[in-house]
Design a binder for this molecule. Structure first.
Ligand SMILES: [Zn+2]
Length: 169
């Protein structure tokens, strides 16, 4: 089994790719992926471009820390997005400059922060609501996702950044 074929290896590779693409400045952002009944998540304060499998926290499906380093303070965000999209196996949250800039603007509509600028964005991403502001790490971040009446796989967090879930990392 190669490192890239494990869930941990996929998270490590995704972290490098996000940083290389300029989507995760500094030590911001966090990633998680389901591994059977568990969830592997980047630890608090880690640099996504310099991860190793030992840097990943192990959580149960409810987000309780069961092994490894302390997880990111944004666990509730990930747990809530998995609950909203039960078939999804990964969650990515970044403070990419473009997403942060858009998250500071008034939303285009209640269902989507941005208009459907291209057909591809609508097909691949769908509606992207702007969720209200809560301080990073506040467990209420998860409530913003749980309480939203709209279906979505990606959202902008007001004055903060973006979160997205998918079938793979
Ligand atoms: Zn954040």
């Amino acid at each position: 089994m190669t490192a890239a074929s494990t869930v941990a290896g996929q998270i490590v590779a995704a972290g490098r790719a996000l940083v290389a693409a300029g989507l995760s400045p500094g030590s911001s952002g966090n990633l998680s992926a389901r591994d059977g009944d568990l969830v592997l998540m980047t630890a608090t304060g880690t640099q996504l471009g310099d991860l190793s499998a030992a840097d990943l926290a192990v959580l149960d499906a409810d987000g309780r820390h069961v092994d490894g380093p302390k997880p990111s303070k944004e666990v509730s965000l990930h747990v809530a997005l998995y609950a909203k999209n039960p078939g999804h196996l990964a969650v990515v949250h970044v403070h990419s400059p473009a997403a942060v800039a858009l998250s500071c603007l008034a939303p285009w509509s209640e269902e989507s922060a941005i208009p459907p600028l291209t057909p591809y964005s609508l097909m691949r991403v769908g509606q992207v609501p702007l969720l209200g502001f809560v301080a990073p790490g506040d467990p209420a971040m998860g409530d913003l996702i749980t309480d939203s009446p709209h279906p979505f796989r990606a959202a902008l967090l007001a004055n903060h950044g973006a979160v997205v879930s998918g079938e793979s990392i």
